[in-house]
Design a binder for this molecule. Structure first.
Ligand SMILES: Nc1ncnc2c1ncn2[C@@H]1O[C@H](COP(=O)(O)OP(=O)(O)OC[C@H]2O[C@@H]([n+]3cccc(C(=O)O)c3)[C@H](O)[C@@H]2O)[C@@H](O)[C@H]1O
Ligand SMILES: Nc1ncnc2c1ncn2[C@@H]1O[C@H](COP(=O)(O)OP(=O)(O)OP(=O)(O)O)[C@@H](O)[C@H]1O
Ligand SMILES: NC(=O)CC[C@H](N)C(=O)O
Length: 595
């Protein structure tokens, strides 16, 4: 049986566009001889459509778009996700399309309602597992979370005879998630003694980025096909359900142990034949990567997976490219300080958009050092972006003058420092207004966590590219990008601009000789405290038990708690850790519980 996984980049709310993308993918899969094509979860609306699901006309329009896709299916079967209106509820559903019509509908049974998922808010739960018979093979159709639980509908469908388990998915990325997902699927394939094929969405959607990385595994849990990470792809692969069937004769677990315990009823929702049997088997493409986990008998393309830091970098690039394009911008602008954070954001931006669609603004003040400003210039020149120098001293003087009376008799303090950041923020927003450039904000997760940024100053902007990257990871990402083009930064006795930026101690340069470590613990300590406090919800004592200095722990906890109001006002940015600072971590602003 030939299966195609159409890993496409959908746009939330673009119903007709998503229908067109689906039709193109199904047509390409049909031409490749696929009997069945799986598309990502909620294909028609994109994922997550959020409160669009409360609008009746949106649901009606989605159904019209689904019927357009159905009309374009002939000789093949396609699994296409859509929100199904059923009585007074909406279901996260997948339509079985064939011969120009909707042949059956499958409802998601297990709704995720944790982390970034809010599915109880929107959906009713399906009450049965679904099997579709395709060319005589019983195929289970499941929707994302349905397969993440060992006792979900896939288990029931497999116990009822399904030898192939398909999954239409919108599984957002965080560091290492692709490998975690593959391991989970391998376990399901082995436990259910079935071929497993998961088609994941790819692309950026506000704070989420979907990594693609769709996979097909044989009934022994070995990967037979793997699609690209962070790029659209059509994975076409021949699988062998008969081998699963034969293995079950020797492996009685599904029959004896599972079945009585599985409460989910199973229904066969369609019986279909395709024209795919007329196609010869695919020729074996070149194979590469990770032989220990991959099937020697498979014939699908096997993309090698990226290493952990390259993977995060690719996520930032795709998320930035999609946010910019899907929101109708062509060019972005950022303040380039000669520091590490704006350096990383610049590198991601040029890789996402091309240097000609990025503008770097260098905005020296009297506190800016010659080193940072010349590194900012050199860096912009090294990567070939247009740069502009806008000195902020005249604006600082103007503010001093305007505020002279209300501030008379008062010492200079943080107020004047923050004004510099606000002047820069204002200039970037003015350039944005005038030229239609989107402002990329440069704050990292460590700063965002402790509130080390100026409200309406350096935190102003449209998209916060590295908002979920701790400072220590920022260095790793720059090091990774450096070795992608090792000769681009000045070599052999020349000034190496990237080395110079990396080696300089971090400073906001808002007063003379300022350094971040005067206000914050060293970043390696800070990031360990933050990982424990922000991502794992550990308390003071647990952090101190991990060997972290008590005074630092107490101060950081206090700063994180106090800065909730700032984070609520920050631009959206890319989630790359298991617990990002956006909808993943919801704490009250008004809150007397410390720690
Ligand atoms: N609970 C609450 N709800 C709503 N608003 C609240 C609030 N608490 C304070 N505020 C408001 O927030 C104001 C304080 O916030 P804000 O004006 O931002 O000022 P603030 O947080 O006091 O100072 C900014 C900090 O960020 C550092 N910084 C700035 C710029 C760049 C960098 C860098 O290295 O990247 C670091 C700077 O050195 C300083 O430590 C208060 O004056 C008040 O108006
Ligand atoms: N002289 C400057 N010219 C242009 N932009 C600046 C300048 N100083 C600060 N910015 C902008 O404000 C952001 C906050 O910078 P700041 O130097 O205060 O701290 P940072 O968090 O260490 O960032 P970076 O590592 O990029 O310097 C910078 O990333 C940059 O976008
Ligand atoms: N859309 C979904 O159901 C996704 C849930 C799944 N557990 C994931 O994190 O990928």
């Amino acid at each position: 049986m030939r299966i195609a996984l159409a890993q496409i980049d959908l746009v939330v709310g673009d119903l007709s566009g998503n229908a067109r993308r689906s039709i193109d993918a199904i047509e390409a899969a049909r031409e490749a001889g696929a009997a069945i094509t799986v598309l990502p979860e909620l294909t028609i609306t994109g994922y997550p459509p959020e409160d669009l699901l409360f609008k009746q006309h949106f649901l009606d329009d989605a159904r019209v778009a689904l019927d357009d896709v159905a009309a374009a299916t002939s000789g093949t079967v396609a699994i296409v996700g859509f929100p199904e209106r059923g009585g007074d509820a909406v279901y996260n559903a997948a339509a079985i399309l064939a011969d120009g019509e909707v042949q059956g509908i499958v409802r998601k049974v297990r709704l995720p309602n944790y982390g970034v998922f809010d599915e109880y808010r929107y959906f009713g739960a399906g009450d049965h597992a679904a099997i579709v018979e395709v060319d005589g093979v019983p195929v289970a159709v499941t929707i994302c979370e349905d397969l993440w639980l060992p006792d979900g509908p896939a288990a029931a469908a497999a116990a009822a005879g399904a030898t192939v388990i398909l999954n239409t998915s919108a599984s957002p990325y965080h560091r290492g998630k692709g490998h975690q997902r593959e391991r989970m699927l391998a376990q399901r394939a082995r436990d259910h003694v079935a071929v497993v094929a998961l088609c994941n969405q790819v692309g950026g959607q506000d704070e989420l980025v979907f990594d693609g990385h769709s996979v097909i595994l044989d009934h022994e849990g070995l990967v037979v096909g793997r699609a690209a990470q962070f790029a659209e792809d059509l994975l076409v692969c021949d699988v062998d359900p008969a081998a699963a069937s034969a293995a079950r004769l020797r492996d009685p677990r599904g029959r004896l142990a599972h079945r009585p315990a599985l409460g989910t009823p199973v229904r066969t929702v369609a019986r279909l034949t395709t024209a795919a049997t007329e196609h010869p088997p695919t020729s074996t493409p070149p194979r590469h990567g990770h032989p220990q986990d991959e099937s020697p008998h498979g014939d699908g393309e096997l993309f090698p997976t990226l290493d952990p830091i390259a993977e995060v970098y690719a996520a930032l690039v795709l998320a930035t490219r999609d946010y910019v394009a899907k929101n109708g911008f062509s060019t972005v602008v950022l303040g380039l300080s000669g520091g590490i954070d704006s350096t990383l954001v610049l590198l991601v931006a040029i890789d996402a958009l091309g240097a000609d669609r990025v503008r770097a603004i260098v905005m020296p003040s009297p506190y800016s050092s010659e080193g940072t400003q010349s590194d900012a210039d050199r860096l912009a020149d090294a990567v070939g972006v247009q740069r502009m120098r806008l000195g902020i001293k005249p604006a600082m003087d103007a503010y001093d003058q305007i505020l002279a009376e209300p501030f008379s008799g008062l010492e200079m303090d943080l107020t004047e420092e923050n004004l510099q950041a606000r002047i820069r923020g204002n200039l970037l927003m003015a350039l944005s207004n005038k030229h239609g450039w989107l402002v990329l904000t440069t704050g990292n997760k460590s700063e965002m966590s402790v509130g080390y940024s100026t409200l309406y100053g350096d935190s102003a902007g449209g998209f916060a590219v590295i908002k979920d990257c701790p400072k220590t990871l920022v260095y790793d990402l720059v090091a990774h990008r450096r070795q992608v083009t090792p000769d681009a930064w000045g070599t052999d006795g020349e000034h190496d601009v990237l080395a110079s930026i990396v080696e300089r101690p971090p400073s906001a340069e808002l007063r003379h000789d300022q350094r971040d470590d005067q206000s914050l613990p060293p970043y390696d300590v800070l990031d360990r405290i933050l990982e424990g406090y922000v991502e794992l919800d550990l308390g003071r004592d647990q952090l101190v038990d991990r060997g972290l200095p008590a005074a630092d722990v107490e101060r950081v906890i206090r700063l994180v708690d106090l800065a909730e109001y700032k984070r609520r006002q920050s631009p959206p940015g890319v989630k790359i850790t298991p617990r990002a600072l956006g909808r993943d971590r919801r704490l009250p602003i008004t809150n007397r519980y410390g720690g």
